[in-house]
Write a protein that binds this ligand. Structure first.
Ligand code: GLN
Length: 487
């Protein structure tokens, strides 16, 4: 069994047709993890025993002819900010280093109901703040295509496990690009769904008005299937979708892009964009035209301003969301302290890392009474403008194309002392979260030095179906799926 190249669909069908057992899948996956994980450092926790137990249950179902769930026997890795009942969930922070949730996030519940097998929890930037996975309190994950480079972030672990073939599929979270950017850096598919499509219950919040959980996979088809499993209304999340949604994304995948109207915003191709990335995206656009799509240049003038709005709003929400971690209600408690104030102070100063502290300070400042109008309320106005701008564009176009990141995967340590430079690289992803839109990152080529490049396909609200159709058409045309990193 060549577990590293197997897709979700291949695993699922092999188990259902008794070509191999779920137990064999888990065993060979953990064999590979044993040799590959020390090189990439992508997992924080592994759940081998539980996974084997679950696999045997699925095998029993297959044997006795019981009905199988949509994800029967499929191993999945989970970002460590998504709560898993009985399994440590740390947010890659000293603050939650020993936190064991007594419940499952809704996405985990849905995965289990679909007979998925949770294999482990993946590394990330602390509390999902960052773009390189270097802000983890525990380890630095490496990019499987070049171990000296970062895998992107904040869901760097979830992207790296799929890329390195030590999980066929995984979940991450995206507040300003944390699924799409690491997917692009690691050469895998990553989807940030429409805000509200996937329940946030059990996702440890960063910026609640922006956060969404979404899948990483090797193929568009696997991504679509995973979304089918995790999406849908959840009474436990009051921002979750209330109307009827599309339940089947697979049957229309092969419809193609003939006649599809695609907008390409010129603001996304300005100075600062790496030449090889620009060339690769342009090549994709030409291919789409050959496949029958109608591609036109459009303008989204409020693009650059999105970055400042994003960093104000996300930090403001983070400062409020992270107030609960004080050593009393939640989180790390120092051994010695002198009274309640000292306890809180020590808990927060000893257990939060530098980046998290920076965001809390930024957010608290932006929300403080004298500065509220100057920062937070201006950022909200910008957010509204960005939303309207996209809405107008989607009245004419089915999807919008852009790069995911202006830069190629960078070397570990290269940007960790310059937070502003790191923030600026989020320029193409943050506006999508501010507008609540869905967007997918699709591998679309490699640099001369062999580093992956990602194409961003943006859809209108609940427009995932069109995104998948376009992504599938490009994927079939480019045929990059079989290329995996040598490790
Ligand atoms: N890089 C962005 C940030 O640091 C996005 C993070 C995310 O999407 N969680 O805020």
């Amino acid at each position: 069994m060549k577990i590293e190249t197997m897709t979700v669909h291949q695993i699922k069908s092999g188990i259902a047709h008794k070509e191999f057992t779920a137990e064999e899948v888990i065993t060979s996956l953990f064999e590979r993890i044993k040799t590959i994980e020390p090189k990439v450092d992508a997992y924080i926790t592994l759940c081998k025993e539980d996974a084997l137990l679950q696999a045997r249950k699925i095998d029993e179902k297959v044997k006795t002819g019981k009905p199988l769930g949509k994800f029967a026997g499929v191993p999945i890795a989970i970002k460590d900010n998504i709560c898993t009942d009985g399994v440590k969930t740390t947010c890659a922070s000293k603050m939650l280093h020993d936190f064991i949730p007594p419940y499952d996030a809704t996405v985990i519940k849905k995965l289990k109901e679909a007979d998925a097998i949770i294999i482990g929890k993946t590394n990330m930037d602390e509390f999902a703040m960052g773009s390189s996975t270097e802000n983890s309190a525990f380890k630095k994950t490496k990019n499987p295509w070049d171990l000296e480079r970062v895998p992107g972030g904040s869901s760097g672990g979830s992207a790296a496990v799929v890329s390195a073939g030590i999980a066929p599929v995984s979940l991450g979270s995206d507040t300003g690009g944390s699924i799409r950017q690491p997917a692009a850096f690691c050469g895998v598919v990553g989807l940030k769904p429409t805000y509200g499509l996937v329940s946030r219950f059990g996702l440890i919040a960063f910026g609640s008005s922006l956060d969404q959980i979404g899948p990483f996979s090797k193929t568009v088809k696997d991504c679509a299937l995973t979304l089918e499993v995790i999406q849908g209304n959840d009474p436990l999340d009051n921002t979750s979708v209330k109307h009827k949604i599309k339940e089947d994304y697979l049957s229309c995948l092969e419809d193609g892009v003939k006649g599809m109207k695609i907008g390409v915003p010129k603001e996304f191709f300005k100075a600062g964009l790496d030449k090889e990335i620009a060339a690769s995206i342009k090549e994709c656009i030409e291919r789409l035209k050959l496949l029958g799509a109608i591609v036109e240049e459009i303008s989204l003038p409020v693009t650059e301003e999105g970055l400042s709005a994003y960093y104000i709003i996300s930090s403001a929400e983070a400062s409020s969301n992270l107030a609960r971690f004080d050593g009393i209600r939640y989180g790390y408690r120092p051994k010695e302290f002198d009274g309640i104030d000292d306890l809180m102070e020590r808990s927060r100063s000893e257990a939060f890392g530098r980046e998290v502290k920076r965001r809390i300070m930024l957010g608290t400042y932006a929300l403080s009474s004298g500065y509220y109008d100057a920062y937070y309320s201006r950022a909200q106005k910008l957010k509204k403008k960005i939303k309207e701008q996209f809405k107008a564009a989607f009245e004419k176009y089915d999807i919008i194309l852009s790069p995911v990141s202006p830069i190629l995967p960078f070397k570990s340590g290269e940007k960790s002392h310059n937070p502003l430079e790191m923030y600026l690289a989020d320029i193409y992803t943050v506006n999508i979260n501010l507008a609540g839109l869905p967007a997918l990152s699709l591998p679309c080529g490699f640099s001369k030095t062999g580093l992956p490049i990602g194409l961003q396909i943006i859809g209108s609200h609940y427009g995932e179906e069109k995104i998948f159709k376009a992504a599938y058409a490009i994927e079939q045309d480019l045929k990059l799926t079989d290329k995996i990193p040598e490790l």
